[in-house]
Design a protein. Structure first.
Lengths: 506, 137
């Protein structure tokens, strides 16, 4: 009984999400408080639904939902396989935690009058991202990506000041990106006459030599690459992350970034397939070199930043590069596993880092690393969580980030690509360097300021529970996930995901 | 040589126009200093893409096949009897959605521009950056 019901969940998540957004907007007329609770409730329900979907997909296989009963390739189809379901769970989990985190942070950073609209837009963002993840139609992906993007622009701009300029830059670049994607789809539509991903994959099989198809591939990869902030198309990202409100940075760095990385993986592997990549492997190799350059340059740039949010933004670029490095080695099992595992690992670790920083900014208002001296005594739990996320991002075993790097290194060994192995090791060292600065300030610098020795309240000044709980949960997950990934090799879910991407490994 | 180029251009002039508009749009969106001009460039880029999609749906220029121009996608008896080709309506429908998306993007961008003008008193990018540099982080 419940199983047949689960098949409706992909569409329900998107439609109830959009409906809930309007409900929040309308509820804002009556009360400014109630919108938040609607958002919290709906996101919690969606998260549970996504777990049900994952469960269903694992036991029964792919879900196909035909909107309006129109059979593909004519109608829009929602397809959920292992990869979708996994990413859906990741982004809804992080959305839920972001929403929990948002309450106090938004109360402090944003004018109360704007709360209903803020939560409306946040709900639209979550619904749009879920839509991008569950859809099986390339044009529908465009529309939902634009829903998510427009919501993101508005959310960044709500902070005012420099965020406005950052948001406008992102809007221009993001729209150009989406236009490239749309143009790519146009080319693919011109040669295949279909918009359904599965159908398009079948029809493209024999025309990989066609110039239209090659150009379409380049356009789609560049378009989605800009949205996912792949180097050198990342220029909008540091400003946007730095000036957005804390809660928005949290949701952008985890949910939005992962959504577009997923979209890129989906189009590259499910529409164009490995055979296409194999055919133009020399061009695709470029991606691995770009990733290698990003890992080094991004880490050095991160080292030069004193604004903590900007530093973490560059760290995000580096982590997307790890994912790109993994998918550039598509012929290696471990390379792909590393990329797929990093979607979750990086979301959890960076979510934890941004949540901890959000809590610190909430309490102290400090964004500059150099003023973090002795913060660990003042906010021990938050700093502890930040320490764990830093260690995860550096890649200390057995934390989650180590697993990513371990898998990727195994992948490099598998394909005998020792340059990339060296790059990953160097990248880890550089990550250690820039995170150590922060940790050193927090834990090992004594406080010279006399005032902090005043009363007990100022010495121990922890963030409110709604901010602390998500941070701690993510920190615990960093450890638990690392142990889970390491102890349960070979991972059935990753095998299934790789199979659902259409990659057949020898 | 020149004749061949002209022939190529006029045979598919709508596609060439789309390409031209797209390139002008991208140039303006990237290179212009005034933020409003950037936005106009973006709109041009989107318009170029709409033109490209709409051209895809048209099955004109069929005289060579002896069929004549395609009719609008409406099924009526004469068309069915004579076996007329009709234009593909799907790209047009897609572009209706595309126009809505483009309008929404423009709305958000214009709202942002109003806020930027209130904040900085200018919408020239270099001046905004100067003001930001003065304000510090």
């Amino acid at each position: 009984m419940i199983d047949t019901f689960v098949e409706q969940f992909p569409i329900l998540i998107v439609t109830t999400g959009v409906f809930s957004a309007f409900t929040i907007l309308v509820s804002g007329i009556f009360s400014r408080k109630i919108g938040y609770y609607i958002l919290l409730f709906v996101t919690a329900i969606h998260f549970m639904m996504s777990i049900a979907i994952l469960n269903y997909v694992i036991s029964f296989g792919r879900i196909h939902y035909w909107i309006g009963g129109w059979r593909p390739p004519w109608g829009i189809e929602y397809v959920v396989d292992h990869l979708n379901a996994y990413v859906l769970v990741v982004i809804l989990f992080l959305s839920f935690l972001s929403v929990v985190f948002a309450k106090r942070s938004v109360e402090k950073e944003i004018d109360e009058k704007k709360h209903p609209t803020f939560y409306t837009v946040m709900q639209l963002l979550i619904a749009g991202c879920c839509g991008v993840v569950v859809t099986g139609d390339v044009f529908n992906l465009f529309v939902l990506a634009e829903v998510a993007s427009l919501a993101t622009y508005a959310l960044i701009a709500i902070a005012g000041g420099k965020a406005l300029r950052a948001s406008f830059t992102y809007l221009i670049l993001g729209s150009i990106a989406i236009c490239f994607y749309l143009l790519g789809i146009g080319f693919l539509y011109a040669v295949t006459g279909t918009l359904n991903m599965i159908d398009m994959r079948l029809l493209l099989q024999n025309i990989y030599d066609n110039k239209m198809v090659q150009v379409a591939f380049a356009l789609v990869v560049v378009g989605l690459g800009i949205k996912a902030a792949v180097f050198p198309l990342h220029t909008w990202q540091p400003d946007a992350y730095t000036y957005a409100p804390s809660a928005v940075t949290l949701i952008m760095s985890t949910v939005v970034a992962k959504t577009f990385v997923y979209a890129l993986i989906r189009i590259v592997f499910s529409v164009f397939t490995v055979n296409f990549l194999q055919k133009y492997i020399n061009a695709w190799e470029l991606v691995s070199w770009l990733a290698a350059v990003t890992i080094i340059v991004g880490s050095i740039l991160a080292f030069r930043q004193y604004n903590i949010k900007r530093m973490l933004a560059y760290s995000s670029i580096v982590n997307v590069a790890y994912i790109m490095l993994g998918i550039s080695m598509f012929y290696s099992y471990w390379g792909l596993s590393g990329a797929l595992a990093n979607i979750l690992n990086h979301a959890v670790a960076k979510g934890c880092a941004f949540a901890a920083i959000g809590a610190i900014i909430y309490k102290t208002g400090l964004k500059d690393v150099r003023y973090y001296s002795g913060l660990a005594k003042k906010m021990p739990y938050t700093c502890g969580a930040f320490l764990i996320s830093a260690l995860t991002l550096i890649g200390i075993p057995p934390l989650a980030g180590f697993v990513t790097k371990f898998y990727l290194m195994l992948g490099c060994l598998e394909v005998k690509n020792y340059t990339m192995l060296a790059v990953i090791l160097l990248g880890s060292l550089l990550t250690l360097a820039y995170f150590w600065r922060v940790v050193e300030e927090m834990y090992f610098k004594s406080v010279e300021d006399e005032n902090t020795h005043g009363n007990a309240e100022e010495r121990f000044n922890e963030a409110p529970i709604t901010m602390l709980a998500p941070t701690m949960l993510l920190a615990i997950l960093c450890i638990a996930l690392g142990i889970y990934w390491l102890t349960s090799i070979p991972l059935e879910i990753i095998d299934k995901m790789i199979a659902s991407m259409g990659v057949i490994l020898k | 040589m020149l004749e061949a180029i002209f022939e190529e251009f006029f045979a598919r002039y709508n596609f060439w126009t789309a390409v031209l508009i797209i390139f002008i749009g991208i140039y303006a969106a990237i290179a212009k200093n005034n933020l409003l001009k950037k936005l106009l460039g973006l709109n041009l880029l989107q318009t170029g893409i709409f033109l490209f999609f709409i051209s895809l749906g048209d099955i004109g220029n069929l005289q060579t096949l002896g069929i004549g121009d395609a009719t609008p996608p409406i099924i009526w008896r004469t068309a069915e009897e004579k076996g007329y080709m009709y234009a593909n309506p799907l790209p047009h429908v897609l572009m209706l959605t595309g126009i809505v998306v483009s309008a929404a993007t423009t709305c958000v961008a214009l709202a942002l521009l109003v806020r930027i003008y209130k904040e900085y008193g200018t919408i020239e990018e270099d001046k905004i950056l100067e003001i930001e540099a003065l304000r510090g982080d």
